[in-house]
Write a protein that binds this ligand. Structure first.
Ligand code: PMV
Length: 316
């Protein structure tokens, strides 16, 4: 094993979260402004994992079966055909807020798999990395659709339908999003479980909502490809209204969405599992500053700006 390092971006779901678990399409894009990084160093005794953000350093063999980083390491070692871990360490560090819909779990595991692949001389395609990281996602989420590992491993905008190969899509004209953190972490598993319970109570009502979300996704993809991003504003508001009907918004998210609108955003919606996590607001160069201020005044714990459709650097 040689020394190696790799990185992976965060992500946002532009349209279609939750309905994607039930087979409807969704659109997701990488967010390069936040990243996870993994560094592999050979040597020492045994194999160690250092999770800097969790202030933890532990031996691979002592990790519980539910530990996604250990799972990522084991999957990469298996893929390299190693039955015993080599002596060394992987150090993982991330600037992606945890449990807030920005793909932090998928990104740290993607960085680990890529760094180990590089360290062990393995060439893995994006599809192979994505498939390995999907297995780590099942530890965190239970029944993930696979959208997070896909967009993070491919590192490009994807139109995603569960259990189908992802379709990268073209962004006709870049557009500017503000990503506002409610400051409230929200485990995906809980929101997904609550939607499942609602679905079991009223499948017809939920199916109708999922279908409407799917239609919004398809229309949004057409607008993005056609280079008409301003048309996404009303679609974001519509998606947000449908997510509210699903019960996955929250007072904080509703407040931030209202503030974004009052500040001049073209549209706003939650992104990811909801209940907390992040809100997306579509802005223009003219409105960006006013919307950012409105979001902070409305209680946002942090606001990140990103341009969708700009080329992304895959490795740091
Ligand atoms: O992990 P998050 O917050 O990005 O949410 C994932 C999106 C869901 O559609 C809610 C769940 C899934 O597995 O697709």
């Amino acid at each position: 094993m040689k020394a190696a390092r790799a990185a992976a971006p965060g992500k946002v779901i532009l349209f279609g979260e939750h309905a994607v678990v039930y087979g409807r399409p969704a659109l997701a894009v990488p967010v390069a402004q936040v990243t996870a990084r993994a560094t592999v160093a050979p040597g020492g005794q045994g194999f160690w994992i250092e999770a800097v953000n969790l202030s933890k350093r532990y031996a691979l063999e002592a990790a519980p079966a539910s530990d996604p980083l250990a799972k990522a390491v084991e999957l990469a070692l298996n893929r390299a055909g190693l039955s015993e871990p080599p002596a060394g360490e992987v150090r993982v560090e991330s600037s992606i807020p945890m449990a807030s819909g920005l793909g932090s779990g998928a990104a740290v595991c993607t960085a680990v798999v890529r760094a180990l692949a590089e360290a062990l001389g393995l060439e893995l395609s994006a599809a192979e990395v994505s498939a390995l990281v999907f297995e780590t996602e099942t530890l965190l989420h239970g029944t993930p659709s696979g959208i997070d590992n896909t967009v993070v491993a491919y590192g490009q905008p994807v139109y995603f339908v569960r259990e189908q190969p992802p379709v990268p899509f073209r962004v006709g004209r870049p557009f500017h999003l503000l990503i506002a953190d409610t400051g409230r972490p929200s485990p995906t598993r809980v929101a997904v479980g609550d939607v499942r319970a609602a679905y079991e109570r009223g499948p017809a009502r939920l199916t109708a909502i999922f279908d409407q979300i799917g239609a919004v996704v398809d229309e949004a993809r057409g607008r993005i490809e056609a280079g008409q991003p301003e048309a996404l504003g009303p679609l974001m508001n519509r998606n947000q209204a449908l997510l509210r009907e699903l019960g996955v918004s929250s007072p904080e998210l509703d407040e931030l969405a209202a503030r974004a609108g009052a500040g001049g955003a073209l549209g706003a919606k939650l992104s990811g599992a909801g209940r907390g996590g992040n809100l997306l607001a579509l802005v223009t160069p003219e409105t960006a500053e006013a919307v950012r201020e409105a979001l902070v005044a409305g209680g946002a714990a942090g606001v990140i700006g990103t341009w969708v459709g700009e080329t992304l650097k895959r490795d740091a």
